[in-house]
Design a protein around this ligand. Structure first.
Ligand code: PGA
Length: 251
């Protein structure tokens, strides 16, 4: 059985004052029956880890470098994230692919380093609106999967997040059928590459405008094992609604 995961991505939002939201979240979801992860900006990682300590909520980074250490001003290594209290890292988010020109091979190199450092790695894939309209979605996702996922992946160290770029922060969500088609495709690709055992154990998250109001129906789709949530993870109340919907799915 794949353990469900509600993951929050704060992106470039939040200073120390935002830790109050994490405090509320840990009070609302002490020892949750699904995995709960919050990925704050790197400046908050250590304090966030202290804030959720003992609650069962995990903390993750939003990116890391592909090298273990060295002359890379402004960058952070996987080991630094671990040292600050992170157990997960998001890699290859479409905003990193766009803002920093990250290519599949860069993401694969980062993922290798993150896995070697013992981080659970969430690799993001997703098509643009143009690509969807041109009926290229599965080709694009297939290329991203084979290019960005390293060979050493297992059900323990890899999570794949399907995030259509046009659904991120827009309030637009694919139909449940469209989500199901892509998730089934990702599952089949993982099984083909890694074998049924590993392929079936990797968790698949949907991301893009997930809210408390649409979470339950999305969690009901086959091969959706949880969500990667941006905007609605910033407020404890909203994220709590999504976590509760996921908890109802497993109960
Ligand atoms: P959103 O972002 O929930 O604000 O659409 C999702 C993401 O980018 O992970």
């Amino acid at each position: 059985m794949r353990r469900k995961l509600a993951a929050g991505n704060w992106k470039m939002n939040g200073t120390g004052a935002a830790l109050a939201e994490l405090e509320s979240l840990s009070a609302l979801h002490h020892a949750p029956s699904v995995d709960v992860l919050v990925c704050p900006p790197a400046t908050l990682l250590n304090r966030a880890a202290q804030t959720v300590h003992g609650s069962g909520i995990s903390i993750g980074g939003q990116d890391c470098h592909s090298e273990v250490s060295g002359a890379h001003t402004g960058d952070l290594s996987a080991e630094m994230l671990r040292d600050a209290g992170a157990t997960y890292v998001i890699l290859g988010h479409s905003e990193r692919r766009e803002d920093h020109g990250e290519q599949n091979e860069d993401i694969r190199a980062k993922a290798r380093t993150a896995m070697n450092a013992g981080l659970v790695t969430i690799i993001c894939v997703g098509e643009s609106l143009e690509q969807r309209e041109a009926a290229n979605t599965l080709d694009i996702i297939g290329g991203q999967l084979s290019g960005s996922i390293p060979d050493q992946s297992t059900g323990e160290n890899l999570i794949v997040a399907y995030e259509p770029i046009w659904a991120i922060g827009t309030g637009k969500v694919p139909t449940l059928e469209e989500i199901g088609d892509v998730h089934d495709f990702i599952r089949a690709r993982l099984e083909r590459r890694f074998g049924e055992g590993v392929g079936r154990s990797v968790r698949l998250l949907y991301g893009g405008s997930v809210k408390p109001g649409n979470a339950a129906e999305i969690f009901n789709v086959s091969n959706v094992d949880g969500a990667l949530v941006g905007g609605a993870s910033l407020k404890a109340q909203d994220f709590s609604g999504i976590i509760s919907a996921l908890e109802r799915e497993v109960s």
